[in-house]
Design a protein around this ligand. Sequence first.
Ligand code: HEM
Length: 335
Amino acid sequence: MLRVNQKVFDKHRHATRDAHAKSHGVLKGRLDVYDNLPEPLRQGVFAAPASYPVVLRLSTAPGDLHSDRIPAPRGMALKLLGVQGQQLLPGRENARTQDFLLVNHPVIAFGHAAAYLKTQQLLEKHADDPEAVRRMLAALAHGGSKALHLLGIENPTIDTLGAPNHHILGETFYSMAALRHGDYVAKLCAAPLSDNVRALTGQPLRDDAGDSALRDLVVDFFRQQGAEYELRVQLCTDIEKMPIEDASIRWPEDQSPYLPVAKLTIPPQEAFSPARRVFADDVLSFNPWQGIEPHRPLGSIMRARIRAYETSSRFRHEMNAQPRIEIDDLAQVPD
Ligand code: HEM
């Protein structure tokens, strides 16, 4: 991953994230944990009714800046501030943040570290061939099955995952892989809640969409209005049908539905001012391991992420000569 990241750096002479390089908006908001949650849901940051300041970065998955006309999985990274509890990352004992990294599919096509390595090798092989990367990305965004097929991996549960080039704000974003949920194990999602973002679900980008169409949609939307999303938790209730080690297997929602735990409120704002974009792209980092013990990431794909995020962020921060900091106040994020 680092070798590909270095190539992308050489192209731009600016370091980007090794994945989710392109941001489309950076938002400040608030997460309110619901009252009266049943005990299995009342865990970690959701243990008691509380209000957390949140910074949120919207992105697309590739580790380079492609045109938004090419369909690509979308990301929503959340950082909750003012979180109490034992932090997972060594050297970050004093941090007070909890990150949740979400993508708009319920599962990750390459659900364990060995399968992920194969994708990465393919990406590296084609790093100098934008057409091949384009085709791979489109295959991934359209469900992953073709990309899986390319790699000789068959997974019947992937075929249902159609994802054309839709408006980013109408999507539902998932942890894909499992996390500890206090004494339980769960997956997490953020779903559109207010009518204005629900209305955007499934809305295709216009035919004349430009290279930065997603940014334009996000900026225009939040200049006029705010939005609400709901955080939901899917508990693992059957370890056979809801495996932890292979994150490509969809946990059946008829057996364990996603249950509401908190509301994310994002007021109208300037979503992508130059100062905010530079801060979010170059200074901020989101990391699934940035957080507290009750939300410890689980499974091989999550363990692989420990070094991947550390390496990517270290390279990016060093090459752009930026400090690696964990914020503790939303005021640090420029307006
Ligand atoms: C389990 C499914 C996964 C989800 C939901 C996910 C989600 C995300 C999101 C939303 C971001 C953007 C964060 C931001 O805005 O700063 C991101 C970045 C990144 N992801 Fe993942 N990811 C997953 C799996 C993986 C895996 C398996 C790897 C590698 C082993 C990986 C490596 C990276 C790297 C290196 C970055 C950039 C980190 C940085 O430079 O700050 N991800 N991911």
